[in-house]
Write a protein that binds this ligand. Structure first.
Ligand code: CA
Ligand code: CA
Length: 176
């Protein structure tokens, strides 16, 4: 039997999102993560910080709606993994990667720099070393910054690819 790369990735993503570590995703997990990321990436820009917080609330509402629960209920790990495997969240992926890019492109110049990428993922609980490793993998043209297309490709690979070697597998930390 081959290694279940897809399931491993999705479980790692789940644990990153489950900020209080109780084994369920709830609104509070997304609020806490949004606050943490806003203060890591937009501490000196209240408008951007507010957009990041709003983004996480929107992502949670969408996830809850897709799972068929109300936003004040919770989602278990197995349900999260199954929803992504079944492709239920597919329509949202391009929007998600655009929002991710906007969060990471701190100065709005159309490029994601390694420092901001590292700050973002450290706020998600990924080590600086793993974040740097991921950056190098995702920077496929090796120009030293990430373009919207590279982020979109990485995001798509992460959530959809069942291949162990896809660069996007590193999007949320080192994939082994
Ligand atoms: Ca939780
Ligand atoms: Ca690049």
């Amino acid at each position: 039997m081959t290694h279940d790369h897809h399931g491993t990735k999705l479980r790692r993503r789940f644990r990153m999102l489950d900020t209080d570590g109780d084994g369920f995703l709830m609104q509070g997990d997304y609020e806490a993560l949004g606050r943490r990321i806003a203060s890591a990436c937009a501490a000196d820009d209240p408008q951007r910080a507010a957009r990041i917080a709003a983004h996480f609330q929107e992502v949670w509402r969408h996830l809850a709606a897709t799972a068929g629960v109300s936003p004040d209920q919770r989602i278990a790990e197995e349900d999260f993994v199954r929803m992504h495997r079944d492709g239920h969240l597919h329509a949202r992926k391009s929007t998600q990667s655009k929002l991710l890019f906007e969060m990471l492109d701190a100065d709005g110049d159309g490029k994601v720099k390694p420092e901001v990428f590292r700050a973002y993922y450290q706020a998600c609980g990924v080590s600086g070393e793993d974040a740097d490793h991921a950056f190098v993998q995702i920077d496929t043209d090796k120009k030293g910054f990430l373009s919207p297309a590279e982020i979109a490709k990485a995001s798509m690979d992460f959530f959809s690819s069942t291949e162990g070697t896809a660069p996007g597998n590193h999007l949320f930390g080192k994939h082994s």
